[in-house]
Design a protein around this ligand. Structure first.
Ligand code: NAP
Length: 485
C-alpha cells in the first residue's frame, strides 16, 4: 500500500479553496512510524500563509454565517457521507502516517465523522432565551451567534477524529476554520480538506495549513481576526497558547493531557474489568489522553486481576498496523519510546516488578512490548506522568477512601474509571473524583452525544453533546424597551 494509490493523498495545503505549496517552497518530511520510510512531504508554511488563510476565513465567514443552520447542515451531511464512502482509503492513510491498526483507524474515522451530523442538528436547536421582564415596557432576550474565525490545532494521536470534534460545531455555528494538524500526521487532515472541497463547502470556510507550529501558532493566537482557538495537545503547549491568546482575549477550548485512574474494587466483575483495562490502556498503543494511566486495584482482587490482565496482555499482537491480526502498532517516534523506557527503568529501580514485557520489542524500530508493571507506588514517575505508551502500572490499595485520594493525587483531571457493582459506591466515587469524565464499568467515553473534556490542568471547554456548540457561540443580550406591553 503506497501513497500514490490514494486520490485523497494531498501534499499541498488547502487555503481559500485552493491547493498551494509554502510560499518559499519549503517542505517537511512525513514518515511511516512502522517502517521509518519517508511517505512524502507537506508544505512547511509559516506566518504569511497563516495570515492568508485567516484572511480567507474572515472573508468567507461573512456569507457562511448568514446561511440558515439547515443550509450549513446540508454541507456537513454531505461531508459526512463522503467520509463514509471513502472510509477504506482514509483508514489506510491514517494507519500509514500514525501506525495504529487499520481497524482502529476505521473506528476513529467513523467516530470522528459522527460529529458532523450531530452538530448539523444541534445548530438548528441553538436557542436563545426570552427572559421574564423585571418591569413594564421591556423585554430582555438572548441570541446565540458564531464566535468568529476559529483556529484549530490538533495532535498526532487521533489525526482524523480530533478535527471534526472542533470543526463540526464551529462550522455548524457559522464560524470558518483554519486547521493546523500535527506535523507527524498531516495527511488525514489534508484528505478531509479534499472531501470538504468535494462537499462544496465554500472557499475559505475550511482551511488546512501545515508547517512550522510556533510560527503558525503565533499567527493564529496573535491575529485579532481570529476570535477563538481550539487546541488539543500537551498541557505544556496548551499553557503557552493560552498565554499567547491573552493579548487579543480570545475564546479558548483546551483539551490537554490526562493521567487517568482506573479503579478496580473488590466487588467488580473481574472479566469486565480486565477487558476494560486492556482496551483503555492498549488502544492506540497507549497513546491516548484518556488511557488508563494508573490501574488502582483493591487488595482482595489484586492477584486474580493481575494474573488475568498479564495473560491478556501477553496475547496482544505487535506489528505494522496494516497487517491483519495486529493489535499494537508502533509508538509515534524515538523520543516517545525513550520516554517509556525511562519511566519503566525508574519504576523498576524504585521497586516495581515487570509482570509482562518491559522493553523494546524484538521487531526493533519504534515497537515496544505491551507491558504490565506490578507494585507501583505514587513516588514513581509512571504514577505521576502521562505514560503515552503500552505500559499498565498496577497500584494496590485497601479502602475506597484511599483509592479516591490516590486517584485525585494529580494536577490534571480528564478521564477516570471505576469498576464496581455497588450502586452506592458508583455515586460516592463519581462525585468525589476530580475529573471531567467518569466511566463506570465502561471505558469508551467519546461520543458525539456527550460532553468530552477535562478540569484542572486538563483544560477547558467540552467537545460533543449540546455543550460543544456553545464553545463556538457568543451569547448576545438584547433589551427591548419602550414597548406598549
Ligand atoms: P503537542 O506537542 O502539544 O502538539 C499538539 C499540536 O500542537 C501539534 O499540532 C503541534 O504541532 C502543535 N504545537 C506544538 N508546539 C506548538 C506551538 N508552540 N504553537 C502552536 N502549536 C504548537 O502534543 P502531542 O504530543 O502532539 O499530543 C499528545 C498530547 O495531546 C498528550 O498530552 C495528550 O494527552 C494530549 N491529548 C489530549 C486530548 C484531549 O482530548 N484532552 C486528546 C488527544 C491528545 P507540530 O506537530 O507541528 O509540532
Amino acid at each position: 500500500m503506497r501513497p500514490d494509490d490514494f486520490i485523497l493523498w494531498k501534499n499541498q495545503c488547502y487555503i481559500d479553496g485552493k491547493w498551494i505549496p509554502a510560499l518559499d517552497g519549503e517542505v517537511l518530511d512525513v514518515t511511516n512510524p512502522a517502517s521509518g520510510e519517508v511517505l512524502g512531504t507537506v508544505p512547511k508554511c509559516g506566518t504569511k500563509e497563516t495570515s492568508l488563510a485567516i484572511s480567507a476565513a474572515a472573508r468567507s465567514m461573512a456569507a457562511w454565517k448568514l446561511l440558515t443552520p439547515a443550509e450549513r447542515g446540508e454541507y456537513l451531511h454531505r461531508l459526512h457521507a463522503l467520509i463514509r464512502e471513502n472510509l477504506d482509503e482514509l483508514a489506510a492513510i491514517l494507519t500509514l502516517e500514525q501506525g495504529k491498526p487499520l481497524a482502529e483507524s476505521k473506528g476513529e474515522i467513523m467516530q470522528g465523522a459522527s460529529y458532523f451530523p450531530w452538530y448539523a442538528g444541534e445548530a438548528r436547536r441553538a436557542y436563545g432565551r426570552l427572559i421574564p421582564a423585571p418591569g413594564p415596557g421591556r423585554r430582555p432576550l438572548t441570541m446565540l451567534q458564531p464566535v468568529g474565525v476559529t483556529g484549530i490545532i490538533t495532535p498526532w494521536n487521533f489525526p482524523f477524529a480530533m478535527i471534526p470534534r472542533k470543526a463540526a460545531p464551529a462550522l455548524a455555528a457559522g464560524c470558518s476554520v483554519v486547521i493546523k494538524p500535527a506535523s507527524q500526521t498531516p495527511y488525514s487532515a489534508l484528505a478531509m480538506a479534499a472531501l470538504a472541497q468535494e462537499a462544496g463547502i465554500p472557499a475559505g470556510v475550511f482551511n488546512v495549513i501545515t508547517g512550522d507550529s510556533s510560527k503558525i501558532g503565533a499567527e493564529l493566537t496573535g491575529d485579532p481576526r481570529v476570535r477563538k482557538l481550539s487546541f488539543t495537545g500537551s498541557t505544556a503547549v496548551g499553557k503557552k497558547l493560552m498565554a499567547q491568546c491573552a493579548g487579543t482575549v480570545k475564546r479558548l477550548s483546551l483539551e490537554l493531557g490526562g493521567n487517568a485512574p482506573f479503579i478496580v474494587f473488590d466487588d467488580a466483575d473481574l472479566d469486565r474489568a480486565v477487558d476494560g483495562a486492556v482496551i483503555s490502556k492498549f488502544r492506540n498503543s497507549g497513546q491516548t489522553c484518556i488511557c488508563a494511566n494508573r490501574i488502582l486495584v483493591q487488595k482482595g482482587i489484586l492477584d486474580a486481576f493481575t494474573a488475568k490482565l498479564a495473560a491478556k496482555v501477553e496475547a496482544l499482537r505487535v506489528g505494522s498496523g496494516l497487517d491483519a491480526g495486529v493489535t499494537q502498532g508502533p509508538l509515534i517516534d524515538e523520543s516517545a519510546v525513550k520516554h517509556v523506557e525511562a519511566l519503566v527503568a525508574e519504576a523498576v529501580d524504585k521497586g516495581a516488578r515487570i509482570m509482562v514485557g518491559g522493553k523494546r520489542h524484538a521487531l526493533g524500530g519504534l515497537f515496544y512490548e505491551p507491558t504490565v508493571l506490578g507494585s507501583v507506588t505514587p513516588s514513581m514517575r509512571v504514577f505521576r506522568e502521562e505514560i503515552f505508551g503500552p505500559v499498565a502500572p498496577i497500584v494496590p490499595f485497601s479502602s475506597e477512601k484511599e483509592a479516591i485520594a490516590l486517584a485525585n493525587d494529580t494536577e490534571v483531571g480528564l478521564a477516570s474509571y471505576m469498576f464496581t457493582n455497588d450502586l452506592g459506591r458508583t455515586w460516592r466515587v463519581s462525585e468525589a473524583l476530580e475529573y471531567g469524565m467518569v466511566g463506570v464499568n465502561e471505558v469508551i467515553l467519546a461520543m458525539a452525544e456527550a460532553p468530552f473534556g477535562g478540569i484542572k490542568e486538563s483544560g477547558m471547554g467540552r467537545e460533543g453533546g449540546s455543550e460543544g456548540i456553545l464553545d463556538y457561540m457568543d451569547t448576545k443580550y438584547v433589551l427591548m424597551g419602550g414597548l406598549n406591553v
